[in-house]
Design a protein around this ligand. Structure first.
Ligand code: NAD
Ligand code: SAH
Length: 411
């Protein structure tokens, strides 16, 4: 049934899953609850998230709750073939492999949706867009969807605004236990992990340009500073630009930043953040990567067109010759932390995926009661996940006394 590269890779994938699951205590606690309560009994769950070890563990947690899983990836370069082999070896239906062409990527989405899902879990909304367009015949059975990332939520929000959303959506990304930790600290660490393991170059003393000072950009810039880089931020939003300036970073337009940058990281969710004259104005040896969305933030296709020649400079680093200078792009301009690394650490995905699992249960518990709109993660789910995480970390906090509650809230 599954469509994967090589089932023989399963033992290696299993080892990766075992490692992360021992660092995901919140998800482990939720798994125990699900095993007892079986909230998804008989329900078909289709999932499209970066298929590496932490996602595999999430799939198993949902399966433990009775879900019948059908799984595909959310980025052609983030699927790890050994991990999907482990899932398939355990009997799960998986349709994904590393390096899928556009056509294969789309076919895998279609195969994953062949089950006629009751609920879907998405990262970037590719799967749900399919349900709204060329596979709209599969949307009728969908109770709702949970969305993992900022750009995905924006895509659903556009449909909500146009009244074309076909089912309710929970914006998991907008939960506090998601973006405050995953987007900021997760991206902050995993982007540098990806860049350093792929380039094996020093960061200290270099000029790092971070495009976008949202939750992800804040994390990436903060960790660049910690590594000893001179950090430049580019922005289009006046308030975010002010925040970057007050956090001590240089702020300037990209047209200026390109002249001084050694490393460029885009984390905007926008397209053509680095394009056109930016390439011609860059220094010889500049290294670009993207940690935002798809492969459109750095205009790779345009660079390919204007380059005199292209090549492979090192594993997963592409070179582009422009006259007498060479520019480099990591992982074809796709997410550097996932296409050139293992993504966010397990302890971070523990929070994001705990929200995903409980939001999915919320959708099912509230079947028929929600409109076809984008909803926030219910506060009680956010608070519960934070409490479980603190407990796992052995951190205790104070509680308001009745008198304090009255003083603050008049209760
Ligand atoms: P955000 O909305 O908090 O921040 C994005 C920032 O980019 C905003 O401040 C916006 O003003 C700025 N921006 C937009 N267009 C720009 C442009 N052309 N030039 C400069 N700045 C621009 O979003 P976020 O949560 O930080 O997410 C950013 C992107 O990263 C999204 O696409 C999101 O889906 C993705 N994301 C990736 C990872 C990962 O693991 N790599 C993790 C979380 C989110
Ligand atoms: N699918 C789109 C958008 C990805 S946004 C694309 O590939 O371009 C990145 C999302 O990946 C984040 O919201 C984050 O939660 C998730 N992510 C980061 N590290 C991960 C990991 N180790 N496993 C699974 N998902 C991860």
């Amino acid at each position: 049934m599954s469509e994967i590269r090589d089932i023989k890779l399963a033992p290696q994938g299993e080892m990766k899953i075992k490692w992360v699951q021992s660092h995901m205590p919140v998800l482990a606690a939720i798994k125990k609850q699900f095993e007892a309560d079986k909230p998804f009994t008989g329900l078909k769950v289709t999932l499209s998230i970066h298929l590496e070890a932490k996602t595999a563990y999430l799939c198993r947690v949902l399966e433990a709750g009775g879900a019948v899983m059908s799984v595909t990836g959310s980025n052609p370069l983030s699927t790890q073939d050994d991990v999907v082999a482990a899932l398939a070896a355990g009997g799960m239906d998986v349709y994904a492999w590393y390096g899928a062409t556009d056509e294969e990527y789309e076919r895998h989405i279609a195969k994953a949706l062949d089950n006629g899902p009751d609920v879907v879990m998405d990262d970037g909304a590719d799967l749900s867009e399919a349900l709204h367009t060329f596979l709209s015949d599969k949307a009728g059975s969908v109770i709702g969807a949970c969305e993992e990332t900022t750009t995905g939520v924006l895509r659903y929000q556009i449909r909500d605004n146009n009244n074309t959303l076909k089912f309710p959506v929970i914006a998991v990304n907008d939960g506090d236990c998601k973006h405050l930790f995953d987007n900021r600290y997760g991206t902050g660490q995993s982007v540098w992990d990806g860049i350093m393991r792929t380039t094996n170059l020093v960061i200290a003393g270099t000029t790092v340009v971070v495009a976008g000072y949202g939750w992800c950009g804040k994390g990436v810039a903060m960790r660049a500073k910690g590594l000893g880089a001179k950090v430049v931020v580019t922005e289009v939003d006046a308030i975010c630009a002010m925040e970057a300036a007050m956090d001590g970073f240089s702020v300037m337009p990209m047209s200026e930043a390109v002249k001084i940058g050694d490393f460029f990281i885009t984390v905007t969710g926008c397209e053509d953040v680095i394009c056109g004259d930016h390439f011609t104005d860059m220094k010889d040896g500049a290294i670009m990567c993207n940690a935002g969305h798809f492969d459109v933030e750095v205009a790779v296709a345009e660079l390919k067109k204007i380059a005199d020649s292209t090549g492979e400079a090192r594993n997963n680093i592409q070179s582009y010759k422009l006259g007498d200078k060479t520019l480099y792009i990591i992982a074809e301009g796709r997410l550097v932390n996932l296409a050139a690394g293992d993504g966010h650490p397990a302890e971070i995905m523990d929070l994001s995926f705990a929200l995903q699992a409980l939001s999915l249960k919320y959708l099912i518990d509230n079947k028929g009661k929600l409109e076809n709109k984008v909803y926030n993660v219910p506060k009680e789910i956010d608070d519960y996940v934070a409490k479980l995480k603190l407990e796992a970390l052995g951190i205790e906090i104070d509680a308001l006394t009745d008198r304090q509650k009255k003083y603050m809230y008049g209760e």
